[in-house]
Design a protein around this ligand. Structure first.
Ligand SMILES: N[C@@H]1[C@@H](O)[C@H](O)[C@@H](COP(=O)(O)O)O[C@@H]1O
Length: 381
């Protein structure tokens, strides 16, 4: 079992910077509010366009339900748009029809997608009825890569610390794959199937631990006393495949938002530590701040796009900015960013002429001996 973590008492192994945080709120409602507002702020700060969409990873389960309700309300209040947001869901049961009331397709449609302005072609959920499940998983990873990777992955956890369907023992290097569900998960999820264990699917498709960790930022919501042990193992314990969320200790931009009940198994000093750094950050004006590295990357990308837009506009050619999404159109055709032409030159043109050695002269660009005698043919012996 791998163990990479220093004990928290020796300098907070898990949160080495303020961008890896544990935020404690009173209850599920206030924890959900924090998460939803954080996501709204991240998407708005990113200012997504058709050519530069925001890629969001999403979970199902009871934990994110209130988050989705707040996102829907914020959309109605026009505080957020999902027009240029691409989503990838974490998982889906195998063999459950997508229209089944307990499928994750149905869950996402009911709780989020049917209430917001997301383009249905931007929604990605694994197909648990695909004829070839292995290819479905490979194609999902490829689609994430094609979208440019996940900017922010939102998640919840099971009481055994699993993230998505990466249950105890899952490889921390795992990618999207077919997964047989553990008895504990079947038991925990039977509440959605009328407490009938027999009705809970035995298999699922799930993103892997490494798929989650590859996101630029991971935000996890954990509420309730029944998840307190998992939170303790994931934060105070070592990185360990038996508590797969503990792998988040290795992530540079991780945020775990919990309610008071979820902290029951944590050491008092752990809770005090994170509450105190949140207090200090707030004092310094960092509250809800986008991690600086992400903010810097976004600013750089926006500057590059503005430069490219100005360059293309200055060339004329019927080029104009498409006001709707900020993308560039040339004679009605959307343009990709153009790398300026490289104008090749000869290496020699960059080197200044060497001095002409004594006794020599330059004639038609060539060096020759300067006296008549030397220009005579050299006799052969
Ligand atoms: N695959 C999902 C997970 O993604 C989710 O985090 C977990 C916890 O669900 P809940 O939030 O209902 O406790 O349930 C399922 O196993």
């Amino acid at each position: 079992m791998a163990s990479y973590c220093l004990p928290l008492g020796e300098g907070a192994c898990w949160m080495l910077t303020t961008t890896r945080r544990l935020v404690v709120r009173d209850n599920q409602a206030t924890a959900s509010e924090y998460v939803a507002e954080y996501i709204i702020q991240r998407i708005n700060a990113f200012a997504p366009t058709a050519t530069r969409p925001f890629v969001l990873g999403l979970p199902t389960g009871s934990s994110p339900q209130q988050v989705y309700a707040i996102l829907v309300a914020a959309f109605r209040e026009k505080r957020i748009s999902f027009k240029h947001v691409i989503t990838f869901n974490m998982d889906e049961y195998v063999g459950l029809p997508s229209a089944h009331p307990q499928s994750y397709h149905t869950f996402m449609y009911n709780h989020l997608f049917s209430h917001i302005d997301i383009d249905p072609s931007n929604v990605h959920i694994l197909d648990g009825n695909a004829p070839d499940l292995e290819s479905e998983c490979a194609a999902y990873e490829a689609a994430i890569r094609k979208a440019g990777g996940i900017e922010l992955f939102l998640g919840g956890i099971g009481p055994d610390g699993h993230v998505a369907f990466n249950e105890p023992g899952s490889s921390l290097n795992s990618r999207t794959r077919v997964k047989t569900l553990a008895y504990d998960t079947i038991l925990a999820n039977s509440r959605f199937f009328g407490d009938d264990l027999g009705k809970v699917p035995r298999m699922a498709l799930t993103v892997g631990v490494a798929t989650v960790l590859a996101a630029k930022e991971v935000v996890i919501i954990i509420t309730g006393a029944h998840k307190a042990l998992a939170l303790q193992k994931c934060i105070e314990g070592p990185v360990n495949h038996m508590w797969t969320l503990s792998s988040l200790q290795m992530h540079q931009h991780a945020l775990i938002v919990v309610d008071e009940d979820a902290t029951l198994e944590l050491q008092v000093k752990t809770v005090k530590y994170f509450k105190s750094i949140e207090g200090v950050a707030k004092e310094c004006g960092y509250d809800q701040m986008v991690p600086s590295e992400i903010a810097r990357q976004n600013a750089e990308r926006a500057a590059e796009e503005a430069e490219m837009k100005a360059l293309l506009e200055s060339k004329g050619n019927g080029t104009k900015a498409n006001g709707a999404n900020g993308g560039l159109m040339v004679n009605g055709t959307p343009q990709r960013a153009v790398t300026p032409d490289i104008i090749p030159d000869r290496m020699s043109s960059r080197i200044s002429d060497p001095p002409i050695p004594e006794g020599m002269m330059k004639e038609n660009g060539e060096l020759k001996m300067s006296n008549m005698h030397s220009r005579m043919p050299v006799p052969a012996y």
